[in-house]
Write a protein that binds this ligand. Structure first.
Ligand code: HEC
Length: 142
Protein backbone atom coordinates (compact mmCIF):
# COMPACT_ATOMS: atom_id res chain seq x y z
CA UNK A 1 0.00 0.00 0.00
CA UNK A 2 2.70 2.44 1.01
CA UNK A 3 4.74 1.52 -2.02
CA UNK A 4 1.82 2.20 -4.27
CA UNK A 5 1.21 5.52 -2.65
CA UNK A 6 4.74 6.69 -3.06
CA UNK A 7 4.73 5.54 -6.65
CA UNK A 8 1.61 7.60 -7.17
CA UNK A 9 3.23 10.60 -5.49
CA UNK A 10 6.28 10.23 -7.69
CA UNK A 11 4.24 10.04 -10.86
CA UNK A 12 2.19 13.03 -9.78
CA UNK A 13 5.33 15.02 -9.01
CA UNK A 14 6.88 14.05 -12.31
CA UNK A 15 3.84 15.12 -14.31
CA UNK A 16 3.70 18.38 -12.43
CA UNK A 17 7.35 18.99 -13.31
CA UNK A 18 6.67 18.10 -16.90
CA UNK A 19 3.87 20.66 -16.94
CA UNK A 20 6.16 23.37 -15.64
CA UNK A 21 8.83 22.44 -18.14
CA UNK A 22 6.24 22.67 -20.89
CA UNK A 23 4.91 26.04 -19.79
CA UNK A 24 8.35 27.61 -19.38
CA UNK A 25 9.56 26.31 -22.72
CA UNK A 26 10.34 28.66 -25.56
CA UNK A 27 7.31 30.92 -25.85
CA UNK A 28 7.82 31.16 -29.61
CA UNK A 29 8.08 27.40 -30.01
CA UNK A 30 6.39 26.26 -33.16
CA UNK A 31 7.47 29.41 -34.92
CA UNK A 32 11.09 28.29 -34.97
CA UNK A 33 12.32 31.66 -33.75
CA UNK A 34 14.23 32.22 -30.52
CA UNK A 35 15.74 35.45 -29.35
CA UNK A 36 17.24 36.56 -26.08
CA UNK A 37 16.59 39.71 -24.10
CA UNK A 38 20.32 40.55 -24.31
CA UNK A 39 20.14 40.48 -28.11
CA UNK A 40 17.08 42.70 -28.11
CA UNK A 41 18.85 45.27 -25.96
CA UNK A 42 22.09 45.31 -27.98
CA UNK A 43 20.06 45.23 -31.19
CA UNK A 44 18.14 48.27 -30.05
CA UNK A 45 21.42 50.20 -29.71
CA UNK A 46 22.81 48.98 -33.03
CA UNK A 47 19.51 49.88 -34.69
CA UNK A 48 19.59 53.38 -33.20
CA UNK A 49 23.12 53.88 -34.59
CA UNK A 50 22.74 52.32 -38.03
CA UNK A 51 19.10 52.19 -39.07
CA UNK A 52 16.95 54.64 -37.12
CA UNK A 53 17.94 57.63 -39.27
CA UNK A 54 15.90 56.16 -42.13
CA UNK A 55 13.52 53.72 -40.43
CA UNK A 56 12.65 55.83 -37.36
CA UNK A 57 13.65 55.35 -33.72
CA UNK A 58 10.43 53.36 -33.11
CA UNK A 59 10.62 51.55 -36.50
CA UNK A 60 7.78 53.76 -37.67
CA UNK A 61 9.49 54.56 -40.96
CA UNK A 62 10.84 57.73 -42.54
CA UNK A 63 13.08 57.78 -45.58
CA UNK A 64 12.89 53.98 -45.37
CA UNK A 65 9.73 51.90 -44.85
CA UNK A 66 8.31 51.07 -41.38
CA UNK A 67 9.77 47.89 -39.86
CA UNK A 68 6.92 47.17 -37.47
CA UNK A 69 3.17 47.44 -37.30
CA UNK A 70 0.50 47.31 -39.96
CA UNK A 71 2.59 49.24 -42.49
CA UNK A 72 5.54 46.85 -42.36
CA UNK A 73 4.49 45.36 -45.64
CA UNK A 74 6.72 46.25 -48.55
CA UNK A 75 8.56 42.98 -48.30
CA UNK A 76 6.69 41.41 -45.45
CA UNK A 77 2.91 41.06 -45.38
CA UNK A 78 2.41 41.88 -49.06
CA UNK A 79 4.56 39.04 -50.28
CA UNK A 80 4.42 36.98 -47.05
CA UNK A 81 8.13 37.36 -46.52
CA UNK A 82 9.61 35.16 -43.83
CA UNK A 83 12.10 36.09 -41.13
CA UNK A 84 14.74 34.49 -43.38
CA UNK A 85 13.73 36.62 -46.39
CA UNK A 86 13.94 39.85 -44.42
CA UNK A 87 17.19 38.84 -42.72
CA UNK A 88 18.84 37.87 -45.97
CA UNK A 89 17.63 41.12 -47.58
CA UNK A 90 18.85 43.36 -44.78
CA UNK A 91 22.24 41.68 -44.31
CA UNK A 92 23.15 42.27 -47.95
CA UNK A 93 21.32 45.57 -48.65
CA UNK A 94 21.21 47.49 -45.38
CA UNK A 95 22.16 50.06 -44.14
CA UNK A 96 21.25 51.48 -47.54
CA UNK A 97 24.18 53.90 -47.39
CA UNK A 98 26.67 51.16 -46.39
CA UNK A 99 25.30 47.70 -47.36
CA UNK A 100 26.62 44.64 -45.54
CA UNK A 101 28.86 46.79 -43.35
CA UNK A 102 27.87 45.40 -39.95
CA UNK A 103 29.08 42.25 -38.21
CA UNK A 104 27.01 39.07 -38.15
CA UNK A 105 26.38 39.59 -34.44
CA UNK A 106 25.10 43.10 -35.05
CA UNK A 107 22.70 41.96 -37.75
CA UNK A 108 21.43 39.11 -35.57
CA UNK A 109 20.89 41.48 -32.64
CA UNK A 110 19.08 43.98 -34.89
CA UNK A 111 16.89 41.17 -36.22
CA UNK A 112 16.06 40.14 -32.63
CA UNK A 113 15.17 43.75 -31.88
CA UNK A 114 12.94 44.02 -34.98
CA UNK A 115 11.23 40.71 -34.08
CA UNK A 116 10.64 41.93 -30.54
CA UNK A 117 8.78 44.90 -32.03
CA UNK A 118 6.67 42.56 -34.16
CA UNK A 119 5.17 40.33 -31.50
CA UNK A 120 8.01 37.92 -30.68
CA UNK A 121 8.98 37.40 -27.04
CA UNK A 122 12.56 36.92 -25.82
CA UNK A 123 13.35 33.55 -24.24
CA UNK A 124 16.38 31.76 -22.82
CA UNK A 125 17.76 30.70 -26.20
CA UNK A 126 19.41 33.24 -28.45
CA UNK A 127 18.88 33.83 -32.15
CA UNK A 128 21.75 32.68 -34.36
CA UNK A 129 22.82 33.92 -37.78
CA UNK A 130 22.00 30.65 -39.51
CA UNK A 131 18.67 30.21 -37.71
CA UNK A 132 17.67 33.73 -38.80
CA UNK A 133 18.72 33.01 -42.40
CA UNK A 134 16.82 29.74 -42.55
CA UNK A 135 13.71 30.75 -40.63
CA UNK A 136 10.42 30.29 -42.46
CA UNK A 137 8.51 31.97 -39.63
CA UNK A 138 6.35 34.98 -40.46
CA UNK A 139 8.03 38.29 -39.71
CA UNK A 140 5.05 39.38 -37.64
CA UNK A 141 3.75 37.14 -34.92
CA UNK A 142 0.05 37.56 -34.27
C1 HEC B 1 20.02 55.69 -45.73
C2 HEC B 1 18.70 55.19 -45.35
C3 HEC B 1 18.60 53.79 -44.77
C4 HEC B 1 19.33 53.23 -43.74
C5 HEC B 1 20.44 53.88 -42.90
C6 HEC B 1 18.80 51.90 -43.55
N1 HEC B 1 17.78 51.65 -44.42
FE1 HEC B 1 16.67 49.94 -44.58
N2 HEC B 1 15.69 50.69 -46.16
C7 HEC B 1 15.88 51.96 -46.70
C8 HEC B 1 15.03 52.12 -47.88
C9 HEC B 1 14.91 53.35 -48.75
C10 HEC B 1 14.35 50.88 -48.04
C11 HEC B 1 13.38 50.46 -49.17
C12 HEC B 1 14.23 49.87 -50.26
C13 HEC B 1 13.42 49.41 -51.43
O1 HEC B 1 12.19 49.30 -51.34
O2 HEC B 1 14.06 49.13 -52.47
C14 HEC B 1 14.79 50.02 -46.95
C15 HEC B 1 14.32 48.72 -46.74
C16 HEC B 1 14.62 47.95 -45.64
C17 HEC B 1 14.01 46.68 -45.34
C18 HEC B 1 12.92 46.01 -46.12
C19 HEC B 1 11.60 46.42 -45.53
C20 HEC B 1 10.42 46.06 -46.37
O3 HEC B 1 9.41 45.62 -45.81
O4 HEC B 1 10.52 46.24 -47.59
C21 HEC B 1 14.57 46.23 -44.19
C22 HEC B 1 14.23 44.95 -43.44
C23 HEC B 1 15.54 47.20 -43.78
N3 HEC B 1 15.55 48.24 -44.68
C24 HEC B 1 16.34 47.09 -42.66
C25 HEC B 1 17.34 48.01 -42.33
C26 HEC B 1 18.24 47.81 -41.24
C27 HEC B 1 18.23 46.62 -40.30
C28 HEC B 1 19.08 48.90 -41.22
C29 HEC B 1 20.26 49.14 -40.30
C30 HEC B 1 21.25 48.08 -40.29
C31 HEC B 1 18.68 49.78 -42.31
N4 HEC B 1 17.62 49.21 -42.95
C32 HEC B 1 19.27 51.00 -42.59
C33 HEC B 1 16.70 52.94 -46.20
C34 HEC B 1 17.64 52.77 -45.19
Amino acid sequence: MNDRRSTFALVAAASLLACFAFVSRDVNAGNGVSLSAAQVSSGSKAFAQNCASCHGAALEGGAGPPLSGANFKTLSSKVHATVGDIFSYMTSNMPMNAPASLTHDQYVAIMAFILSKNGYQPSSSALTYSAAMQSKAPIQRK
